[in-house]
Design a protein around this ligand. Structure first.
Ligand code: ADP
Ligand code: ZN
Length: 748
């Protein structure tokens, strides 16, 4: 008989396909996608089976054998394996690092499954038999009686503990054939504490309105084709997109399919998770819905993963990496808030969760639904190109009005008052008004532009970090200056370090300064601040939100963290304190980000019965991003912005690949970057357009200088493998590191 041979992709730094012989005893449990252990060099390494068989005339005699099959079912579905190959060509990284991303560490470790033993009554005793047992073995009788009274099998350990019995009693009953032991995996359910806290939200389906029904029907038709397709659900904030997703999920599950539901990490608040989960579990007829995010414990992660890989659960709701969940027979992927930059991973592999979702759907022949009130221009351009189907929900449910955005011109405000206050007169009056009416206010600070640096009024000196080329941030709580890039920290000076003037003031608006301003103008208001500093404790976040919901806070000050998924009916005023800053960052997406921010922020207002008001403070009221956002005019904004992008040949009309070089010596770095650029120009000049190399906007981080080179191209998978090949053959200096970022979202 011919021996069974498999080709495997080893993990942990071995980016190649190696062949092994499969011992006969393991043959039955090996399939494409199986996680196995193989001997490499002198050790054992994890690997994933990539193919069964070997090339013709392969010298199989000297092959080593597989050492172990870790799980008796595949760890990667066929579509995931295919996806990993595509990703490695697209995102310029080794297959091993992608597979490691797809299979969570807890699973790779094959962490011992937590099992519990159940006691099952195998044979009922008659009254006489029981009476005999009472006399001969009273302890056994006690145990039997207790178990026989229960509807369900009981866990062994707690029962024995309660009755004060030993395992010997159980064994005796097993020997008699009266009891049987069964093993069951213990499921740890994330967020169980929230069920207990009574935060459970009503989980009944809504009667769809006409537009929702139209979208649901269109998705149903798409689904019926049983082919790959992408739909962009463009629905204003509060238009009921979730309800549409849930109906689509229902359809997929009824057809026996599996579902991946992606939401941005920040949206995975206990409240949304609880709501989604109970709805999904209702749809799935009590089947478990797996929740997937970065706060899970190892055990929770393993449990969830196993439930999906074994087909025990068919739905997963989670953040970015849930796109790799081993869902069987995948039929639907939903990407909510698809425009969120958080879908992009900022470490290797630098993939974009949305784009990977579309690709996975394609490989699995599934439907992908992308939803947003402010879709990325990439997705919208795909609609215009006829690749995605557009579905729209132009109205809020129950015809609740979209709030009007009132723009305050800070230039006029600055002229009126001598120093610039954090809050304009208009915003203060509006907040006062809310306080009197016992309604609530949310004030947003633009986190991307978050800066409260030290600026000397006399000499204009800005206190910067000695290791990074950015201004330091002032923290009033402990009077320190901190660098948000390298963590450097020192006591804040009281006089200007440059000219000695005592007149040092704080430029820009941190959350702290806005909080203080609110306390000053509204001394009676109950104010709470919510940002990364105050919210480092996980429970604190939930606590503040639940106080806010209960009306124990009047004004909530925070960054975008107070984002999607939070629906506060009593919030009738939303203020955006500093709309401009995100337009001044060195990023061609600055307008898009600003528009998205404004529309999303406005969407937080007036979700209840009362109309909402939104006040935006800005130095550039005439900017298009601001003007189009006033009426949530996405189509208008997209048309204007896409026109610009086309003129400059920027994404989405071409792809951008960013090549970043880092090193301690700026001259040397520049030299190598330039030599490299020449080589690329010569070899790939017909396929890419180069920009740079130039110093990065943030030139130095942690004493390392940074230079960057941009490649614009129409065909990423044609260029990336070439770049990797060239890069491997180029004589880099030892102290220079570099990385490729395909479709980068953060250009600083
Ligand atoms: P979006 O995600 O589009 O911003 P949501 O899906 O969060 O909007 O829905 C907003 C609110 O409207 C939710 O509280 C939801 O329960 C409710 N809702 C959704 N569909 C309907 C409907 N057809 N009738 C009444 N309320 C609805
Ligand atoms: Zn620094």
């Amino acid at each position: 008989m011919q021996a069974m041979i498999v080709g495997v992709h080893p993990l942990a730094g071995f980016d190649k396909l190696l062949h092994y012989r499969v011992p006969v005893a393991m043959g039955a449990s090996v399939a494409v996608g199986s996680l196995v252990r193989v001997p490499i060099l002198n050790g054992m390494k994890l690997a994933v089976v990539g193919e069964i068989g070997a090339p013709r005339d392969f010298p199989i005699d000297r092959l080593k054998s597989l050492a172990q099959v870790v799980y008796p079912f595949p760890s990667l579905t066929p579509d995931l394996l295919e996806l990993s190959r595509w990703m490695s060509h697209y995102y310029a990284c080794g297959l091993d690092s992608i597979i490691e991303t797809m299979i969570p560490a807890a699973v790779r470790r094959g962490a011992g499954l937590k099992q519990e033993k159940l006691l099952v009554v195998a044979q009922k005793l008659s009254a006489e038999e029981l009476a005999v047992l009472e006399k001969r073995a009273p302890q056994q009788a006690r145990l039997y009686r207790l178990l026989a009274e229960q509807f369900r099998p009981q866990a062994k350990a707690p029962v024995l503990a309660r009755l004060g019995l030993t395992a010997a009693v159980v064994n005796a009953l097993i020997k008699r054939g009266v009891l049987r032991e069964e093993s069951r995996r213990i499921e740890r359910v994330a967020y169980t504490d929230d069920h207990a806290a009574g935060e459970l939200v009503a989980a009944m389906p809504h009667q769809l309105n006409a537009e929702q029904q139209f979208a649901v029907d269109a998705l149903g038709a798409e689904f019926a084709t049983e082919k790959f397709g992408v739909a962009l659900l463009l629905g204003v904030t509060g238009s009921g997109k979730t309800e549409v997703y849930l109906r689509a999920i229902d359809t997929a599950l009824k057809a026996g399919g599996g579902v991946v539901f992606l939401v941005p990490e920040v949206a995975l608040t206990p409240q949304t998770v609880a709501r989604l989960r109970s709805r999904l579990e209702a749809i799935a007829h009590g089947q478990r819905c797996v929740v997937w995010h970065s706060h899970l414990s190892e055990g929770e992660r393993l449990d969830g993963w196993l439930a999906l890989a074994t087909g025990e659960a068919r739905v997963v709701v989670g953040a970015r990496s849930a796109v790799f969940a081993p869902v069987q027979n995948l039929r639907l992927i939903v990407v909510d808030e698809e425009h969120e930059p958080a879908y992009k991973q900022d470490e290797t592999p630098r993939y974009h969760g949305r784009d990977v979702a579309v690709m996975r759907a394609k490989l699995a022949g599934a439907i992908c639904v992308l939803g947003s009130a402010t879709p990325s221009l990439e997705s919208f351009a795909n609609v215009e190109a006829g690749k995605y189907k557009l579905l729209q929900l132009p109205q809020r449910v129950d015809d609740r009005k979209l709030p009007y955005i009132d723009v305050v011109d800070l230039r006029l405000e600055a002229a009126k008052q001598r120093t610039l206050p954090a809050l304009s007169g208009k915003l203060v009056r509006a907040m006062q008004d809310r306080l009197e009416r016992r309604e609530q206010t949310i004030l947003f600070i633009n986190r991307r532009g978050y800066s409260s640096s030290m600026l000397c009024k006399q000499c204009g000196h800005v206190e910067g970090c000695a290791h990074c080329s950015i201004a330091m941030t002032f923290h009033r709580t402990d009077d320190t200056l901190r660098c948000h890039l390298c963590g450097e920290q020192r006591t804040a000076p009281t006089r200007c370090p440059q000219c000695g003037a005592p007149d040092i003031r704080w430029r820009g608006l941190g959350t702290q300064r806005v909080e203080e301003a609110v306390r000053r103008v509204l001394p009676r208001a109950r104010v709470e601040r919510m940002d990364a500093d105050t919210m480092s404790k996980k429970n604190r976040f939930r606590e503040v939100l639940s106080h806010f919901r209960a009306g124990r806070i009047d004004v909530l000050v925070g960054t975008q963290m107070i984002g999607k998924g939070l629906d506060f009916p009593n919030v009738t005023l939303v203020g955006l304190v500093d709309a401009d800053i995100s337009m001044h960052i060195p990023d061609f997406r600055a307008n898009e980000r600003t528009f998205q921010l404004l529309v999303q922020v406005a969407g937080r207002a007036g979700r209840g019965d009362r109309a909402g008001e939104v006040i935006v403070q800005t130095f550039t009221p005439q900017a298009e991003a601001i003007q189009f956002s006033r009426h949530a005019d996405y189509a208008g904004f997209a048309a204007a912005e896409l026109k610009l992008r086309r003129e400059f040949h920027y994404p989405p009309y071409r792809h951008l690949i960013q090549h970043l070089f880092r090193g301690p010596n700026p001259e040397k770095l520049k030299f190598f970057a330039e030599q490299w650029a020449k080589l690329v120009e010569k070899t790939l000049g017909d396929r890419v357009e180069l920009r740079g190399p130039v110093a990065s906007p943030i030139e130095k981080i942690k004493d390392e200088y940074r230079w960057q080179l941009w490649y614009f191209t129409n065909g990423v998978t044609k260029v990336v493998p070439e770049l990797m090949r060239l890069r491997a053959g180029f004589a880099w200096a030892d102290d220079i590191t570099q990385l490729l970022d395909v479709d980068p979202v953060n250009l600083a």
